[in-house]
Design a protein around this ligand. Structure first.
Ligand code: FES
Length: 127
């Protein structure tokens, strides 16, 4: 059902874990399956210096999250915000149509983590 690249990321997921002093944290869940995702970003000079994820999602969600973390590490926050779940699925060489929603978990969690980061930044600037 999954291609080799998806299986490789599923079996050896990159950037799994937690960043205790993260600059932004995003959580999301899927209405379709009830799976959840938490994603942490560390930002330096407006670039994503580190990124980690934790998920109770399926194999496609794990592979998508792993791929997404590799795609956005080193990008500016604004560049990272442009990455869509379709970009992640394309980079993985495609996901089965019934598993496309799983890649939303990672993409949505990233958007939420970026929003959280911006929120903290605004609050710090107003202190
Ligand atoms: Fe829930 Fe894939 S089935 S994330």
């Amino acid at each position: 059902m999954y291609n080799d690249k998806v299986m490789e990321h599923f079996n050896n997921p990159r950037n799994v874990g937690e960043i205790p002093d993260a600059d932004g944290v995003g959580e999301t869940g899927s209405f379709k399956c009830g799976d959840t995702m938490k994603l942490y970003i560390k930002v330096k000079n407006d670039r994503i210096e580190d990124i980690k994820f934790q998920t109770f999602g399926c194999g496609a969600a794990i592979a998508s999250s792993s791929m997404l973390t590799e795609m956005v590490k080193g990008k500016t926050v604004e560049e990272a915000a442009q990455v869509t779940n379709q970009d992640v699925a394309d980079e993985l060489g495609g996901l089965p149509p019934m598993k496309l929603h799983c890649s939303n978990l990672a993409a949505d969690a990233l958007q939420n983590a970026i929003a959280d980061y911006k929120d903290h930044k605004i609050k710090q600037q107003s202190l």
